[in-house]
Design a protein around this ligand. Structure first.
Ligand code: AMP
Length: 551
């Protein structure tokens, strides 16, 4: 028997309408990367009017429900307007990673069959490279900084908005309609498309707004430093508006400017990958008074080193919420917070808990499946549904997940056994343990696990241990082919500037205290920086290429 409650479609238009009606006096502050540019601030009421006009622009340009509309932009207010206007007319928002090479991006645009692309003027020259690859895709440019009043007559975006009317153009027929398309960041494989629905994004928004997840409140000023082309900026642009928090959009600002942005805008919560927080830390420490409003950072995309967690929590008094997720999960899956039961732990033990990837967000189910095989990339047994492993904090297996905001198949493909189990769970490709309290600890990516003499070596565990050394700023460990052992680990290390030189023997001795002898890297290569992917994670493919060139 069906219940008698309203069948109320969960669509993004509801988030926008709520922000307008209930929080119309709150708003957006958009910053520019170049300091001479003024900030632009406007209310959600004004934002709402512009989104309605933009929706009408899209309709007039012939965009129909289901059409993919791409963006090629930094975190600007125009990008935020597109985040709402495109899905609210039933079309599909497709943010492109501006840091990808033109040829790689062209393949993505071709597969997505984007009809139109909105381009942030600051990337005009980079965009030319993409246009050459894809032929002439219709494009509309906007000025990625300043306010609409400062726009010149040649600003196409502003001219279209000024000429449009504000009538209702929302056209979403049901909550399962597609709203967004993001490609995985391709850290360890080719990018794959994930097509979100209104329902999945709405539920993800509700989930992250819980107190023990991102927990945004009306009193917050939220800054997504995570780019808006990375996994829907982790849902922050939807969650912040639904909560009625103010939003600060940093444009293309560098992490070193975070302290400055916080001082100017009173940011209370900011989200970004660990590399961002590593780079922002010195400035935040030296301007601690100015950035006192910052109470919490949300970090994910890669493991946050415990030393950095400790530095933020203890030295800056900023709470670190360490999350694990995937583009495939909209992207939030788990989050590490201390439980009441942890209150009496020592400080060091608390950082260890926080450095884990944490417990599933309510609504997400997790399980561990057996990892089999002795080859370089371990396989997970095909019948993994029957091989669930214990949550004892020790048994290592592949992490599998399901939730209302997890993908059920990749864009334009049928579900394959490589990515989905027979009973419909997503195979994350992450190798992990889960402890009795439900905390996930990612040990490695399946493809990054080093296989030496038939045994596994966790590159993540070695990296974490190396980064715990006070003189090490960053580290990456990878397996290189070895005639005798199959693979051997090599460590690439970035030292803290101005610190005394570290000797490989010192690092080896340190690792030997924690790991078996065969885990200790044969070589330590000291470099000035570790190459990063387009979303700020260590680029293992590029590091491998460089290490092999040096061999
Ligand atoms: P993507 O969706 O392409 O950005 O990458 C998702 C992958 O990033 C996951 O499958 C993990 O391997 C990795 N990842 C995300 N968050 C974390 C985290 N907190 N710790 C370790 N790895 C993470």
């Amino acid at each position: 028997m069906h219940g008698s409650m309203m069948n109320y479609p969960l669509t993004l238009a509801r988030i926008l309408e709520h922000a307008h009606r209930i929080h119309g006096d709150k708003g957006v502050t958009a910053c520019s990367s170049g300091s001479p540019e003024p900030k632009h601030r406007y209310t959600y009421a004004e934002f709402y009017c512009r989104v309605r006009r933009l929706a009408n622009v899209l309709v007039q340009l012939g965009i129909r429900p289901g059409d993919r509309v791409a963006t090629y932009a930094a975190n600007t207010y125009q990008h935020l307007e597109l985040y709402y206007a495109i899905p609210c007319i039933g079309a599909v928002l497709h943010p492109l990673n501006v840091r990808l090479a033109a040829a790689q991006l062209a393949e993505i645009v071709r597969e997505a069959e984007d009809k139109l692309i909105f381009v942030d003027g600051r990337f005009a020259s980079r965009f030319e490279g993409l246009q050459k690859e894809i032929g002439c895709l219709p494009s509309i440019f906007f000025r990625g900084s300043g306010s609409p009043e400062q726009a010149s007559d040649s600003d196409e975006y502003e001219a279209l908005i000024a000429a449009a009317d504000e009538t209702d153009a929302w056209d979403i027929r049901d909550e399962n309609w597609a709203m967004g398309l993001c490609y995985t960041s391709g850290t360890s494989g080719e990018p794959r498309g994930v097509l979100y629905t209104h329902r999945s994004m709405f539920l993800h928004t509700m989930a992250v707004n819980q107190a023990d997840v991102f927990g945004f409140t009306e009193a917050d000023v939220v800054m997504p430093f995570v780019p808006m082309f990375h996994a829907m900026a982790w849902g922050v642009p939807y969650a912040a508006l639904f909560a009625g928090a103010d939003l600060v959009l940093p444009g293309g600002a560098k992490p070193a400017r975070i302290a400055h942005l916080i001082a100017e805008t009173g940011v209370t919560v900011a989200a970004g990958v660990p590399a961002v927080w590593g780079q922002a830390y010195p400035e935040l420490r030296s301007r601690a008074q100015d950035s006192a409003s910052l109470r919490q950072i949300i970090v994910g995309g890669e493991a946050m080193p415990p030393r950095l967690i400790e530095a933020y929590e203890q030295e800056l008094g900023v709470e670190v919420r360490h999350a694990w997720g995937m583009t495939e999960m909209s992207p939030t899956g788990t989050l590490s917070m201390l439980r009441r039961a942890h209150q009496n732990l020592s400080e060091a033990e608390k950082w260890k808990v926080k450095a884990m990837q944490g417990r599933p967000v309510p609504g997400v189910e997790i399980r561990l499946a057996e990892v089999t095989g002795l080859q370089t990339a371990p396989t997970v047994s095909a019948d993994s549904s029957s091989a669930e492993l214990p949550w004892d904090g020790e048994t290592i297996g592949e992490l599998q997940v399901r939730s209302p905001w997890t993908v059920s198949r990749y864009y334009k493909t049928e579900p394959t056994a490589e990515h989905f189990t027979a009973d419909g769970w997503l195979r994350t490709g992450d190798i992990a343990t889960i402890n009795a309290e439900g905390y996930v600890q990612i040990v490695d990516r399946a493809k990054a696990l080093i296989r030496s003499g038939g045994e596994s070596i966790s590159s993540v565990a070695l990296e974490t241990a190396l980064m715990a050394h006070p003189q090490v700023l960053n580290a990456a460990v990878l397996g290189v082919p070895d005639e005798k052992w199959g693979e051997r680990p090599v460590a690439v290390v970035v030292c803290e500037p101005d610190e005394a030189e570290i000797k490989p023997a010192q690092l080896k001795a340190r690792l030997a205290k924690q790991f078996p002898k065969f885990w200790i890297p044969d070589r330590f290569i000291f470099v000035d920086e570790i190459p990063q992917t387009g979303v700020g994670k260590s680029d293992k493919r590029e590091i491998r290429k460089r290490v092999l060139e040096l061999s």
